[in-house]
Design a protein around this ligand. Structure first.
Ligand SMILES: Cc1cc2nc3c(=O)[nH]c(=O)nc-3n(C[C@H](O)[C@H](O)[C@H](O)COP(=O)(O)OP(=O)(O)OC[C@H]3O[C@@H](n4cnc5c(N)ncnc54)[C@H](O)[C@@H]3O)c2cc1C
Ligand code: FES
Ligand code: FES
Length: 1324
């Protein structure tokens, strides 16, 4: 092979300034795995492994010899092969700052602005911001926000992160104008604008202080100019530097894969099980990386990255005529919505073309533009048209195995040629398209079509040209008749079977014509001035700067300086989280004899295991063995909640996909995972039940007799003036904690002892079930939790059977520590979600809107085992009244038993489902009566002393106070009028507004769980070690507990440390859940500290002028115990289902919100223009942490009600297994204006220091967005003459919004009859 003999094979790169040389790099290893496992830099996190979350973001710097400049760019280390960074410098979060030396300003600002809760996303976000600053020391807010398109956070709701980083931007100034808090006396309330109080100062950012680029990489070109080759265990990597070398290697390895950004190949090899023995990196070949402009168009080398193209076009457009650049403009606009920065920094144009994804965002543009491709092999080069003949089938094209793609030529547009591109996705930012299109037309002087090209993605297995339509249009005038005809021709050109992959058939078809309608008007607008209503169809997406205000009570005057309760204290770990020093389970150092397990999961939803063949798997190098149900020393039967109805390893039957049948144990994760995929299992399969509807039809329920009856529903429904029946389906929700489940099980070698480090919200149940599995007393097992990267209920029970127990059994079998952190797809497949719900209701109400009767049946899809479903149902039933007094109620709960993974706790725990059903029928009643929803809500709202349908008296009822304040603060009534006016003028953009109140019951509904313990040790140096039963998962629990301890002991918070939560310090703890952890543990901490304080009292008295240390020392020498435990149980709790009496809840948290949205009726897109929230949190222990919980819950609720959709195939295969397919809200989804106020003067006597619980109550307030969308859709429907009640299921996805708008475009594609086809996914 030419040149190969001189190739280098030592990998050289720099990490945080340190030179790394490796003679045996593994081409299959990612940069993330290398820096975490080999270099032990665990600051960068693995959140998904598919480039979708940004937790792994690092900065790469390289010296560009052509421009003689150092380039910095962010990348996803989880996708970048370590071999790809040869000759480059990598900066990780550890490289920029540390709590031990100095925080980098980026780290300081995110932590001090409360932008880090669980912290798992934080290092990645820090590195995205850091990279931006390295390139642009004074960025604009727009640039800043774009920097985070590839980062996700599940905790914060993003607002504080954006606000913290806004301080780096040019525009940093108050957005509130005259209303600025600086212009008003603050009185007893503290007002923070954009997250910062007016006195906040930060360390300034000085770009000259940044680490310098390694001079060696700048001085020598040997790392760039030398052909490289690396050979690994089963893969070789070549990096040619000339096209001759490239073609030569390719000719010798025709099946070799070229690789550029590895953003496709990385996903194929990690998740689709593909293996490419030879990879050729095409990033250093000059012919493939250049961009050349001629007088007819632009030629772009195949390895050119998307961001390089974007920047080049941006510059070049300034020199060309406007009309010549229309394709470039379309490409650059499309690139805004193409993945995130980290992907666009490395992904190449050739990778996009050659992958040939039917939803590629660029291919429809290239095709419609009439592009040409240059292909080359050793035999020579050829040019081929990039047209309907290029792709031959799904991801197949006409390029021969020995050929490579060298470049693409894109012609400029001429003066009479018009070009636009469209993309519709579920989420606006960083999402793959549902349908996209490139559209070009050339008109003559009479506005007649000379040539038209309409190319579509998402409508067939390949990108397609609507050829029939384009031919028929030739010679036709660009007028309304043509528009009408094109819509019909497109229907024929783009047929889609009702069972086509991807589903959403009618929506996809409607989008094709809706896009053309936009194109038609956009082209028309060049000649004719469009008027009002038409203009709204083509209104551009406007980027708007976000603003926010947070208002909360100041601590009372005279509160001691040392007393932190009520103060806005930052999360105690925030700084460590921002520097990457905070340790999560998988960051813990490896034991020298540690093993790794990979789970073998069921691939059928319902079946009998006939045989398991591990032969091939056990032949993989590094494999230590296989574990299954026969290896469980104690009991294989398990159950993390009330019932023992699960198995650790399935022994005979599988009842859902993703159930654990066995586990491969190996020396490394890569070996274990590779082998697990080779275990062959044969099944006898049975028909699964997947949906609630199927369960109802087949009478498949878990035994439950949950009914609440209050009053006489039958009679009331008969007597009342109006009745209404309706239904709603609420979708499931993936927890999507950024840290997937992780465990390290360490057998201690004596007496069957086992130590478990786990990311669990439930150490006690982990301990108890591990003991049961091992057949040892619980006293021999300890479970320890330092912190979690988010939990949200997902780690309350499912982390135990899904990971901890299999690991514990494996560790015991082999007598060695066993580690596992689930990959995102495994986590999503195995651990269950929020319960989907279907409700059927009948409402009786007066002509004025007063509700007299509610009869509702709630059906939850519980999945294949009971887990916590009965308790989730109870909470849903308790919350079926939302905030309304209903004299006659009957609520029935049904738990559907299906063949999907067991559904489980999720923030709100059934509450949001119950509340949402209620708010839905309230909106139906308003529609039916033609009055406003607000009026119906106000008329029926609970008052002080009212009793709920379960007969609990509502005390200190603040619903109305929150409601009135939020309506007033948001200027609701005025805005409602303005919206009506706007909607009258706007046909294709509609606005809507909605207000929703909330009341959320606080306590575990299982009474015995309402207990907590704490343990306080005071050491003779005066330092305090605090332990309590709650786990820290980002919610700030440890921070609050330290505040409580500090106030009680009267010692500064800095002297109090919480190390971890463990079952050997505080036993028999309840899960950290139900929003009750601060209440319960806070009281236990208070008690323990009070005991210590009481014991110190004599020494204080003896020396009042002394210090804390003096008293502690005196007590020690006087042999007084400085260790105390505390215990608390909530009094007066307990509900009797038989008599419908008692108090299920300790008290209620109240709140209210108003949101305004705008929808695009043609696509279904929406944006939240403004949200105002008022929340009653008693006397907040820590207002900024509580506001963080409100905003985070709102964002999660927003995802639940508008965005997140889990999709199962009819046979029970989960189709959404990562951030690529399952979209949680991103940075772009924060309301443009977002204001949060904590209600003042409402201390709560029922919880620690008058505070209130916060984690779950605000989530439902995001339903304001859902009802505002419904309001906007109502207006769109009215424009086409459709009025009255209509059903909108949750989430209000872009598909549901578009199709509910019901216009001439949607009517063209009616829904097929149910049962007449097999859908691609089902509503489970
Ligand atoms: C998180 C994420 C988000 C994404 N978002 C989008 C999106 O919004 N829109 C979209 O369209 N795509 C998206 N993609 C897909 C992907 O990023 C693009 O297709 C990208 O352009 C691929 O480029 P790459 O350089 O990374 O390809 P690689 O993975 O390096 O290669 C992809 C394929 O192209 C082949 N190839 C590359 N260069 C050549 C060549 N010169 N000759 C022959 N074959 C070649 C490779 O052999 C391989 O088969 C996304 C991917 C990820 C991971
Ligand atoms: S871990 Fe790399 S993007 Fe999620
Ligand atoms: S703080 Fe962002 S994911 Fe938890």
């Amino acid at each position: 092979m030419a040149g190969l003999e001189q190739s280098g094979n030592t990998l050289v790169f720099f990490v945080n300034g340190k030179k790394i040389t490796d003679d045996n790099p593994e081409p299959e290893e990612t940069l993330l795995s290398y820096i975490r496992n080999k270099l032990k830099l665990t600051g960068s996190k693995l959140g998904c492994g598919e480039g979708g979350c940004g937790a792994c973001t690092v900065m790469i710097s390289r010296y560009d010899r052509q421009s003689k400049q150092i380039q910095h760019f962010s990348v996803n280390a989880c996708l970048a092969p370590v071999c790809s960074v040869h000759g480059m410098a990598v900066t990780t979060v550890e490289g920029i700052g540390s709590t031990k030396t100095r925080l980098h300003p980026v780290q300081e600002r995110i932590s001090r602005s409360h932008g880090s809760q669980c912290g798992f996303c934080t290092p990645g976000i820090v590195m995205s911001m850091y990279t931006l600053l390295r390139n642009t020391p004074l960025p604009s807010t727009n640039q800043m926000q774009h920097a985070f398109e590839g980062n996700l956070c599940r905790c914060t709701g993003y607002r504080p992160i954006l606000d913290g980083f806004k301080t780096f931007t040019k525009e940093f100034k108050c957005q509130m104008g005259e209303n600025c808090c600086r212009n008003k006396p603050a009185e007893d309330m503290q007002i923070q604008e954009n997250g910062l109080d007016k006195d906040t100062t930060f360390t300034s950012y000085d770009p000259t202080q940044e680490p310098i680029f390694p001079s060696e990489l700048q001085l020598t070109d040997k790392y760039d100019k030398m052909m490289m080759s690396f050979r690994g265990e089963r893969t070789s990597w070549f990096r040619p530097v000339t096209i001759a070398q490239l073609l030569d290697v390719k000719a010798n390895n025709p099946n070799a894969k070229l690789v550029c950004g590895n953003t496709e190949i990385g996903v194929e090899t990690k998740f689709k099980g593909l293996h490419y023995p030879v990879l050729i990196s095409a990033t250093h070949v000059p012919e493939l990386t250049c961009i050349e402009y001629s007088h007819t168009g632009v030629t772009i080398g195949a390895s050119t990255t998307l961001n390089a193209i974007h920047d080049s076009f941006q510059e070049k457009r300034k020199q060309l005529k406007e009309y010549e650049t229309r394709v470039m403009v379309a490409i650059n606009e499309m690139l805004q919505w193409f993945a995130g920065q980290q992907i666009r920094n490395v992904a190449a144009i050739g990778g996009n073309i050659m992958t040939g994804s039917p939803i590629s965002d660029l291919n429809p543009i290239f095709m419609a533009a009439g592009s040409t491709l240059t292909l080359q092999s050793l035999e020579g080069s050829r040019k081929v048209a990039f047209d309907e003949n290029f792709y031959t089938a799904y991801r197949k094209n006409i390029v021969r195995p020995d050929e490579i793609l060298v470049s693409i030529f894109i012609p400029y547009t001429s003066e009479k040629e018009y070009f636009y591109a469209y993309k519709q996705a579920n989420r606006k930012e960083d999402d793959i398209a549902i349908v996209n299109a490139g559209m070009k037309v050339r008109l003559d002087d009479e506005q007649k079509v000379q040539k038209m090209s309409l190319a579509f993605g998402g409508m067939a297995p390949t990108t397609v040209l609507a050829l029939g339509c384009c031919n028929k249009a030739i010679g036709r005038t660009w007028d309304d008749k043509l528009l009408e005809d094109v819509c019909h021709w497109l229907e024929n050109d783009l047929p889609l079977s009702d069972s086509a992959p991807g589903g959403q058939i009618q929506y996809r078809r409607t989008l094709t014509t809706s896009f053309f309608f936009k194109f038609f008007l956009q082209v028309k607008s060049y000649k004719v001035k469009l008027h009002g209503k038409d203009l709204t169809a083509i209104k551009d997406y406007e980027w708007e700067e976000r603003k926010s205000v947070q208002i909360f009570e100041k601590v009372p005057e005279g509160q001691q300086e040392i007393d932190p309760v009520g103060r806005p204290v930052p999360h105690v770990s925030a700084a460590k989280q921002a520097t990457g020093e905070a340790i999560y389970c998988d960051d813990m150092p490896h034991y020298s004899d540690e093993l790794y397990i990979a789970l073998v999961l069921s691939t059928v939803a319902h079946g009998k295991i006939l045989s398991v063949d591990t032969k091939m798997a056990l032949e993989i190098p590094g494999i230590v063995g296989y574990v299954d149900h026969t290896d469980v020393p104690g009991s294989n039967d398990t159950g993390p909640a009330a019932l023992i109805d699960e198995e650790i390893y399935r022994s005979e039957m599988v009842t859902c996909q993703g159930q654990i049948i066995g586990a491969i144990v190996a020396d490394t994760q890569a070996h274990a995972q590779r082998a697990a995929k080779l275990v062959k299992i044969q099944y006898e399969t049975y028909d699964p039940i997947i949906t609630i509807k199927e369960a109802i039809a087949k009478d498949s329920y878990f035994p439950t007799d949950s009914v609440i009856v209050n009053g006489d529903v039958e009679s009331a429904l008969k007597e009342v003036e109006n009745t209404l029946e309706g239904e709603i389906h609420l979708g499931s929700q993936e927890h999507f904690y950024l840290e997937t489940n992780a465990v390290i099980a360490v057998p201690k070698g004596e007496d069957g002892e086992m130590e478990i480090f786990a990311s669990t919200q439930n150490p006690t149940t982990t301990q108890m079930l591990a003991a049961r599995a091992l057949g040892v007393p619980a006293s021999h097992v300890v479970c320890r939790v330092k912190r979690m990267g988010g939990g949200f209920g997902g780690k309350e029970t499912r982390s135990i059977p899904a990971l901890s127990l299999p690991a514990v059994v494996a560790a015991q079998k082999f007598g060695r520590p066993v580690r596992c952190m689930l990959d995102r797809d495994e986590d999503m497949l195995t651990t269950g979600t929020r319960h989907p719900l279907y409700a059927k209701y009948k409402i009786g109400f007066t002509a004025q809107g007063r509700i007299e009767a509610l009869d509702v049946d709630l059906y939850l899809n519980a999945g294949c085992s009971t887990d916590l479903s009965a308790a989730v149902m109870e909470r849903a039933m308790f919350h079926s009244d939302s905030c309304y007094k209903i004299p006659n109620v009957r609520v029935k709960g049904h738990l559907c038993k299906t063949n999907i993974p067991s559904n489980t706790a999720f923030r709100g725990f059934g509450g949001p489902q119950g509340l949402m059903v209620c708010e839905n029928w309230i909106s139906d009643v308003a529609s039916k009566l033609g009055i406003s929803q607000t009026k119906v809500r106000e008329m029926n709202m609970y008052k002080e002393g009212d009793k709920t349908h379960y007969n609990q008296t509502i005390e200190r009822c603040n619903i109305e106070s929150c409601w009135k304040q939020v309506l007033e603060q948001s200027n609701y009534h005025k805005r409602l009028e303005q919206i009506d006016e706007y909607n009258r003028e706007s046909r294709w953009r509609k606005r809507g507004i909605a207000a929703v109140p909330t009341k959320f019951g606080i306590a575990f509904t299982a009474t015995f769980l309402n207990q907590a313990g704490a343990l306080v040790h005071v050491y003779t140096d005066g330092s305090v070690l605090l332990t309590h039963g709650g786990c820290e998962m980002g919610q700030g629990l440890h921070t609050k507990m330290i505040q409580v301890a500090s106030k009680t002991l009267g010692v500064s918070a800095e002297r109090i440390h919480i190390s971890e939560t463990s079952t050997n310090t505080v036993p028999n703890t309840s899960a950290t859940a139900a929003s009750a952890s601060s209440d319960l543990n806070g009281m236990a901490v208070l008690q323990a500290c009070q005991t210590i304080k009481d014991r110190l009292q004599p020494f204080v008295k003896a020396k009042p002028e002394g210090t804390w240390n003096d008293w502690v020392n005196a007590a020690y020498f006087d042999r007084v115990s400085l260790s105390a435990s505390g215990f608390y149980k909530t009094p007066n709790l307990g509900y009797d289902w038989e008599t419908n009496s008692g108090n299920p809840f300790n008290y209620f948290s109240f709140g209210a919100a108003v949101s305004e949205v705008e929808i695009d009726c043609l696509t279904g897109d929406h944006k939240v223009l403004k949200t105002d929230i008022v929340m009653d949190l008693g006397s907040s222990l820590n207002p900024v942490i509580d506001i963080g919980q409100i905003e985070g819950a709102f964002a999660q609720g927003y995802g639940l009600f508008t965005l997140e959709q889990h999709k199962y195939s009819p046979n029970g295969t989960l189709l959404t297994r990562g951030p690529g397919a399952y979209k949680i809200p991103g940075f772009g989804d924060v309301p443009i204006e977002f204001n949060v106020t904590l209600l003042k003067d409402s201390p709560n006597p029922k919880a620690v220091y008058s505070s209130k619980a916060i984690g779950e109550p605000p989530l439902i307030l995001a339903s304001t967005v859902f009802y505002a969308i419904k309001h906007a859709i109502t207006s769109a429907r009215a424009d086409t003459g459709v009025t009255g009640v209509f059903r909108l299921d949750s989430p209000a996805s872009s598909e549901r919004i578009r199709m509910a708008c019901s216009d001439e475009f949607t009517k063209q594609f009616p829904e097929p009859k149910e049962g007449s086809f097999t859908p691609w996914f089902v509503q489970h």
